[in-house]
Design a protein. Structure first.
Length: 251
């Protein structure tokens, strides 16, 4: 049944891109769809954060749509189609899990990276593994740290990580030039990501939640101010802080 539904999805996309299809869909390219793929991925994360299964179901469908959309465009270009995408994924999953589909014993990070290196034709690579520089900054830092930890280069005690965070704060306080400040801010953020990892918190998710919380509180603060027939821009920082604390107290 799932196969038939998937085939129907592929047919719908082909129709939308066809001669009598949708003008917007026909005008899209790999490049024009880039922001939509990113947007849909983040909407999946938001649905997970909200623990909204119905929303998650819909957003996963939107991500799948992007995969089918790009595959249809590639088919029209004569380079590959959705079957090739699935075959490539199936082969890679089997190839990279020899402990499940082969004779290897147990999962091995080193073996995983060795297989990836052979697939990409890399003769030499560092133990830190393949670095995906396209990731957002906090996610990139977490991934690099995880890779380094996978080969044993990691803190052994969380107390040492806390000390590192405080050390970076002190170095930032003592930074003199704008260049030093930027460097030390980066070092502090990197240390915070390390601490997040030890606390089993994804830093990218955490900062998104913190930002959303700030937005929500700010909007509530504005409403309180409007209820008092005042405007945000007319209040000084001390007055704004009083409203802000009211919002925090009533959360």
């Amino acid at each position: 049944m799932a196969g038939e539904k998937f085939e129907r999805l592929v047919e719908i996309m082909a129709t939308l891109r066809g001669e009598n299809g949708c003008d917007w869909d026909k005008a899209q390219t790999h490049e024009s769809l880039k922001p939509y793929l990113i947007e849909e991925a983040y909407e999946v994360l938001n649905a997970i954060d909200l623990k909204d299964d119905e929303e998650l179901k819909e957003e996963l469908g939107d991500v799948l749509l992007q995969v089918v959309f790009h595959s249809q465009i590639a088919k029209e270009r004569g380079v590959f189609n959705i079957d090739d995408v699935i075959d490539t994924l199936n082969d890679k999953l089997v190839r990279r899990h020899p402990h499940v589909f082969g004779d290897a014993q147990g999962y091995s990070y080193a073996r995983w990276e060795e297989i990836k290196a052979k697939e990409k034709g890399e003769k030499k690579r560092t133990s830190i593994g393949d670095v995906n520089h396209a990731l957002p900054g906090l996610s990139l830092a977490r991934r690099v740290q995880e890779n380094a930890a996978g080969v044993g280069f990691d803190w052994t005690k969380i107390e040492d990580v806390w000390n590192k965070v405080h050390e970076e704060i002190d170095e930032l306080k003592n930074a003199k030039s704008p260049e030093e400040v930027e460097e030390e801010v980066g070092d502090l953020l990197f240390a915070i990501v390390n601490l997040s990892r030890f606390l089993n918190v994804d830093p990218e998710t955490a900062i998104r939640k913190a930002t959303e919380k700030f937005i929500s509180r700010f909007e509530k603060m504005e409403k309180l101010i409007e209820m008092d027939n005042k405007k945000v821009e007319e209040l000084n920082l001390e007055e704004l802080d009083e409203y802000w604390n009211k919002v925090k107290e009533n959360r």
